[in-house]
Design a protein around this ligand. Sequence first.
Ligand code: FE2
Length: 292
Amino acid sequence: MAVGDFFKFPDNGELSDGMTSAYHRDGFLVLTDFASSLDCAKLIARAQDLVEAFEPEDTKTIFSTHEQAHARDEYFLSSGDKVRFFFEEGALNGAGDLRVAKQNSINKIGHALHDLDPVFEKFSHDARLDRAARRIGFTDPKVIQSMYIFKQPGIGGEVSCHQDATFLYTEPISVTGFWVALEDATIENGCLWALPGAHCSGLRSRFRRNGEAGLVTEVLNEAPFLEDHRIALEVPLGTLVILNGLLPHLSAANNSKKSRHAYALHVIDGSASYPPDNWLRRDPTIPLRGFL
Ligand code: FE2
């Protein structure tokens, strides 16, 4: 199989040897027909309902000015076991008021939809995902984070090239992304791009807590990502993309008139250690769950 070739998601989630080989070679695996269009529509509708119910006024002070950086950090840092709403950069003016309707201003919802929202909980706990995770090497998959990503038309910002292990670090490194396209993702509306094989070149940085200093990015390796080698992952809705936590990936801004909604789960292995300086913390009363 060539780099970036698509596979059809196997009905039972038992990835073939060809699929796992492609995953280990490239650092990602594109699996079409994972979710039905009905399932995608249900998640889109649910996210819309959550945004409808969200009162931006409640967070106005948090996002209003640069002086509120600490409050913004706290809102983010304590979101690991909550359902919270994060705005697109530039969605608010200096007074903290929305420039456009809130439905078009939200960048993402994070980070515990998979545990706290019944619709996302049902979608996220799926025996097929458990089997797929074990086929790529997990012994004890634990879903640590979920994100509903809007990639709004016109203002959906770019996500620069990064490795997910920068943000969710375990020893040994185990974080893996399970990213589901809820709408067709194209170059025009800001699809994922990946650097095939670059998961083998080590972790570049860690984004972590650092006591009173707050959040820091610790550079581990200054070598730049070789973005010239990136390939676009243009995928139809319902496609699952599995991303190795060391794989550099990115997405461009969405300058088109079409949104590009996606739902992403990040999974770590329960057998790995999770240092307490990771940004994401959860209340011990909400223990991590697997895919089942
Ligand atoms: Fe990512």
